[in-house]
Design a protein around this ligand. Structure first.
Ligand code: NAI
Ligand code: MG
Length: 500
């Protein structure tokens, strides 16, 4: 299998063996048609490696392997044993965390400290959390009358297709694999074309951890080819997807043909409200983190900042100062870098196109708004960008940009703030800064979003449900709620006395 592995040296000197095949049935196999996806380093635009891309025929093979594993060892395995296997995987990930973080940074462009301390922790914490659930999945006995014993069994859904994005490659894999595996499903997971590498090294750890063949199958492949084949596949019982709202709708349509169970986690244009009485310094720091961390490539990024008019000017001044002091753009392998490159040329161009849209619509470019060329002259770097004098009809107020790009708008009253906040087709994250606890909780109820952060932003937690309303998605991931997405409740009726 040597032609399915390449020896690589990462920019930080790490040498390792990079698998490039498809991981099906715990084995590395080539794609059937020889199509390859080339992974690009967004920092200097160089090619890192090319990996095999799955065709529909390869998806068929992966689904067959997952089905055999589901019917074979997996569904009926003792639940604690499943949890133990997941813990083995957690330990192997912990042992390899520097390597995995290195690959993540090389391929995605996020700062190494973020890959290591945020993404890899998210991966191990999430998998550990769901490993703990594996032997705590319980049905109910429901009392009706002495003539009936009724109980429920929480069954796995079956073979789950999981399609993940490029902004948190390993963390999104963990969010999806954790609850699926803990509840006894088997999986075919497809990584994003932009970040195909880290998940393949992860796949080797799946095998090393002792998972039976076919339980976790990992493919790279093009969305419209392999992703669509998964959404359409009659042998797949459920699709879980994270990515754009447009693609989520396509997947929902395709999944409808075989009436698959779905969970979708899609786009957002999440509002962050700052009231006159807020702790201004904290509001500024969280607002910065809420849009500028991870290069602004976060589905829940608080990309619309709404500030009450009494502190609007002060806020803008402090926010710009905070960006200048904190958002150091640079090589993601350098310790002092806060913001690396956008993941691809397409995303970089997308962000810059929104700068043009903002200017054309008459908003004021208060900061940034251009390519950042001081990192060796290459790479997909964008200066942190702030627009003011934005109105609710402008595209930059309404559309997801997915970059270090934020609009700041002023409001007069709480009613106006809520109207602006809810004036969107999305409903993923939201944040409110105020010292008035009554107002904070009142807004938490009225805001149309799946998540509300009071006096913070992006403060997610693997123990707490995550997901959206409106066009930000369907269903929940993480927490106990994440288990619901991967189990069916079977009702068993036992007749104890209704004699005909
Ligand atoms: P995308 O939604 O097209 O891609 C996400 C995943 O879906 C990838 O694995 C891709 O291969 C797969 N996919 C694409 N088309 C498919 C299809 N027809 N059938 C099945 N699977 C398919 O997102 P893309 O093009 O990478 O990014 C575009 C925009 O989407 C971003 O600018 C951002 O606004 C949003 N996005 C949101 C994310 C989130 O976390 N909610 C993550 C990534 C992108
Ligand atoms: Mg890349």
């Amino acid at each position: 299998m040597s032609n399915l592995t390449v020896e690589l040296t990462a920019p930080n000197g790490t040498k390792y063996s990079q698998p490039i095949g498809l991981f099906i049935n715990n084995e590395w196999v080539p794609g059937t048609k020889g199509d390859k996806i080339t992974s690009i380093n967004p920092t200097d635009e160089s090619e890192i490696a090319s990996v095999h891309a799955a065709e529909p025929e390869d998806v068929d093979k992966a689904v067959a392997a997952a089905r055999a594993a589901f019917k074979g060892p997996w569904r009926d395995m003792a639940t604690s044993e499943r949890g133990d296997l997941m813990m083995n995987l957690v330990q192997l990930i912990q042992k390899n965390r520097e390597l995995l973080a290195t690959i993540e940074t090389w391929d995605n462009g996020k700062p190494y400290s973020v890959s290591l301390n945020e993404d890899l922790n998210e991966v191990t914490n999430t998998l550990k959390y769901y490993a703990g659930w594996a032997d705590k999945i319980q049905g109910q006995v429901i009392d009706t009358s002495p003539a009936k014993l009724a109980y429920t069994i929480r069954e796995p859904i079956g073979v789950c297709g999981q399609i993940i994005p490029w902004n948190y490659p390993l963390a999104m894999a963990a969010w999806k694999l954790g609850p699926a595996i803990a509840t006894g499903n088997t999986v075919v997971l497809k990584a994003a074309e932009q970040t195909p590498l880290s998940i393949l090294v992860f796949a080797n750890l799946v095998k090393e951890a002792g998972f039976p063949p076919g339980v976790i199958n990992i493919l790279n492949g093009r969305g419209k080819v392999a992703g669509a084949a998964m959404a359409l596949h009659p042998g797949i019982d459920k699709i879980a997807f994270t990515g754009s709202t447009a693609t989520g709708k396509e997947i929902m349509k395709m999944a409808a043909l075989t009436m698959k169970n779905i969970t979708l986690e899609t786009g957002g244009k999440s509002p962050l409200l700052v009231f006159d009485d807020a702790d201004l310094e904290q509001a500024v720091k969280w607002s910065h983190l809420g849009i500028m961390s991870n290069q602004g490539q976060i589905c829940t990024a608080t990309s619309r900042i709404l500030v009450q008019e009494g502190i609007y000017d002060k806020f803008i001044e402090a926010f710009k100062k905070c960006i200048l002091e904190t958002s150091k753009v640079g090589d993601p392998f350098k310790d002092d870098t806060y913001q690396g490159p956008q993941v691809t040329k397409a995303q970089y161009e997308r962000v810059l196109s929104y700068v043009e849209a903002g200017k054309k619509d008459g908003a004021t470019l208060a900061m940034g708004g251009e390519a950042y060329k001081d990192v060796g002259g290459k790479g997909f770097f964008v200066s942190p960008t702030v627009f003011t004098n934005v109105t609710d009809s402008m595209r930059i107020f309404r559309e997801e940009v997915f970059g270090p790009f934020v609009v700041v708008v002023s409001f007069k009253t709480e009613e106006e703030a809520l109207a602006l906040a809810n004036d969107t087709t999305y409903g993923l994250g939201s944040a409110v800064f105020t010292k008035d606890v009554v107002r904070a909780h009142r807004i938490a109820r009225k805001i149309e979003a799946g998540m509300v952060w009071i006096n913070s932003s992006q403060d997610c937690d693997y123990r707490i449900p995550f997901g959206g309303v409106k066009q930000s998605g369907i269903g929940r991931e993480l927490g106990e709620a994440g288990l619901d997405a991967y189990t069916n409740k079977k009702a068993v009726h036992v007749n104890l006395g209704t004699w005909l």
